[in-house]
Design a protein around this ligand. Structure first.
Ligand SMILES: [Zn+2]
Length: 400
């Protein structure tokens, strides 16, 4: 076997100051972000140079400009030691370059603000990564801490994770600019630390994403109106589908939306009215059967395929009115007749959702009940919801 003399890649052995970002993706992200910032205002930012020498991370400022007098005449003045946690690189001992200004004598250290918050060991990318897990693990801090330990070898306390969740700005960012105008609205009651809280949600039914999602300490008319008004400003206003809570109707119509009642709730509501009536009046069996037969005739209306047909069928129902059980008469006259359009708007415009099913599904996915039980503070709840919302939005957005 002949031995082949391979030439050492000498160019690699030559001294060259590599930037860490050449090797590590998470570092190149800094450069990218810093570059963007520089374009905006700060001319000093993009000057960070990071490189490893014997397992020590050196961080220095390429430009070396005095932050006091802006003189470029500065000389290097040793290093400060700093322990930094990166997600991909783990715990890293860093040496951060110090400078002294020739002009004014000011001592300063390489500005790491883009990399890490002052007084913190966890870098910004590390925190970002952990906050991504909040969404994945539904905010279960123990699971998050376990995953971080497995990935990085770094022990992170549950309290730290919890604090990061709490200090995260809740950005309920919109991923689309123009909503369809067809909405579902609902308020979900959530008990947080023994206190009832109310989660208001507005959902774009065509795009299948939430428009707004807030937790308030109370459920009242002014707040509902404000919530709907603010979150649909400069947007198309066509319809809102809601349950039969009697607060909603006047607000929705005042804001110039057409109103559709959720037919699942409508059925439930009719069932409830009938059940209570049967109980209160001790109604006989044969009469109960009669009531139920008529009830199904009403429910059949909800399955109509055109507004005109629903109208005609309803008018037919009113014809032999005198023979009907009293409760059926009441339902027809008091519940349906005055609000006919609120039950059947979806037949006039097929884009109007006839139920609030989508929003209920969204509630479930973004804050499942077993998670809800362990929530302690509204802020923490919302951060979790919003982290989930981000995932939901990207997965479910329909653009057609
Ligand atoms: Zn200076």
């Amino acid at each position: 076997m002949t031995s082949v003399k391979s030439i050492a890649p000498i160019s690699c052995l030559n001294y060259k100051q590599y930037k860490l970002s050449y090797f590590f993706e998470s570092f190149s992200k800094y450069e990218f972000e810093l570059g963007k910032k520089r374009n905006k205002a700060n001319k000093y930012y993009n000057s960070l140079v990071m490189y490893f020498k014997k397992d020590i991370l050196y961080i220095e400022d390429d430009l070396g400009v005095c932050p006091k007098c802006h003189s470029k005449s500065v000389f290097s003045d040793g290093y400060n030691d700093r322990l930094l946690y990166f997600y991909d690189e783990g715990a890293v001992n860093a040496k951060v370059k110090r400078y002294t200004c020739d002009n004014c004598g000011y001592n300063f250290i390489t500005d790491l603000n883009g990399v890490v918050e002052p007084g913190c060991n966890y870098t910004r990318v590390f925190k970002e990564k952990v906050l991504e897990f909040v969404a994945l693990f539904l905010g279960l801090v123990r699971k998050i801490a376990y995953k971080v330990k497995k990935d990085t070898g770094i022990d992170i306390s549950h309290t730290t994770v919890e604090n990061w969740i709490l200090e995260t700005e809740n950005e309920n960012k919109d991923i689309i600019k123009n909503y369809s105008g067809y909405y579902e609205f609902d308020i979900e009651h959530t008990k947080i630390k023994g206190e009832w809280n109310y989660r208001y949600t507005l959902f774009d039914s065509l795009h299948n994403i939430s428009v707004a999602d807030e937790v308030y300490p109370e459920e009242k008319k002014d707040l509902i109106k404000y919530f709907l008004d603010v979150n649909t400003r400069n947007q198309k206003k066509i319809s809102i589908t809601s349950d039969l809570d009697d607060k909603y109707k006047s607000i929705i119509e005042k804001l110039d939306f057409k109103h559709q009642w959720c037919l699942v709730h409508a059925r439930k509501n009719i069932n409830k009215t009938i059940k209570e009536n049967i109980k209160e009046n001790n109604i006989e069996k044969y009469e109960i059967k009669k009531i139920k037969d008529y009830k199904y005739k009403i429910f059949d209306l909800f399955e109509s395929t055109s507004y005109k047909k629903a109208r005609n069928d309803f008018n037919d129902l009113l014809k032999e009115f005198e023979d009907y059980p009293e409760i059926i008469r009441q339902i027809l006259l008091k519940q349906i007749m005055p609000y006919f359009e609120t039950y059947f708007l979806f037949l006039k415009d097929p884009k109007v959702p006839k139920t609030t099913n989508k929003i209920e599904n969204y509630f479930q996915k973004t804050l499942p009940k077993h998670i809800k039980r362990i929530m302690k503070i509204p802020k923490g709840v919302m951060t979790r919801i919003w982290q989930r919302k981000k995932i939901w939005d990207t997965r479910n957005l329909k653009t057609t």
